[in-house]
Design a protein around this ligand. Sequence first.
Ligand code: NAD
Length: 324
Amino acid sequence: MKKVLVTRQLPQPAIDLLKQYFEVDLYTENRVIPREELLRRVEDKDGLLCLLTDNIDAELMDKAKNLKIVANYAVGYNNIDVAEATKRKIPVTNTPGVLTETTADLAFALLMSVARRIVESDKFLREGKFKGWAPMLFLGNDIYGKTLGIIGFGRIGQAVAKRGLGFDMKILYYDTNRVSVEIEQKYNATFKSLDELLKESDFISIHVPLVKETYHLISDREFSLMKPTAYLINTSRGPVVDEKALVRALKDKKIAGAALDVFEKEPEVEPELIDMPNTVLVPHIGSATIETRTKMALMAAENIIAVLVHNKVPPNIVNPEIYK
Ligand code: NAD
């Protein structure tokens, strides 16, 4: 029987599915699998179902001599050295699509929370400070009718645009690939350069993958272009935003606030962000709903089954060139 390592407890239907075909080695501790343990346990495995918190690099692939598939439980796969896997003809897969709407929901929830000061005012009430309605209590900023700038207009970026339309927002987007006229019309979206988008938007939501080109895409220069009333929302990957530059921008009032699901050095967070009232900080929960996490887990399992059982190209391959 072929062997599969699953690096953390996932929704049970996926584990049950894998168990129908494979000997499953499941890391059951409620923490990231320690590096040494990962290297040891992957050694005799044919398949690996891993998470964005696992670093899948050349060292690991050297140890895992039988490895025939790396199925990432995420749409982003910056934790995997894909070039190295490609060199060794190991297919790498991700979980696109099934988490699009869920992640867009969170991006919009963050946008609304920071603009309407939901977290701050919830804390105020819980601390017993609510003494009755007051005309100047927790004045935030309007959302409807404002300009929403979307950086990275792929699946999630477009799903956020759809939500923005429901709030009568003006949609701007920046992407290395301009989308078709049909898609622009569908979302009433206007293509802008990054600088134009930063200058004109009231809300800026980031949806690019983390790659070399997007590392610190938003840093001091970019913050200085934004409106002092602008809010930054990041549900992509932490290192896309220079977190120290963000602290400076917030302190210098270059922008009004920030809402973040992802951080540069997760699980660490810049301590100054924590002390600021105009930040909303959540622990990387973009795709965290029961429905979506179950779909993601099944998708990852099905990619493994495609390769190890049916000897087929897995449906969600990110390095299809290995089959050419
Ligand atoms: P996608 O591939 O559909 O969209 C990404 C878009 O970014 C594409 O349109 C691409 O052309 C664009 N892009 C790539 N490089 C760029 C660059 N240098 N400058 C501007 N645009 C660039 O991906 P998606 O499904 O929308 O997911 C986007 C990212 O969101 C993922 O890579 C992942 O890192 C992140 N994500 C986070 C969570 C979370 O839990 N917070 C959940 C899902 C996805």
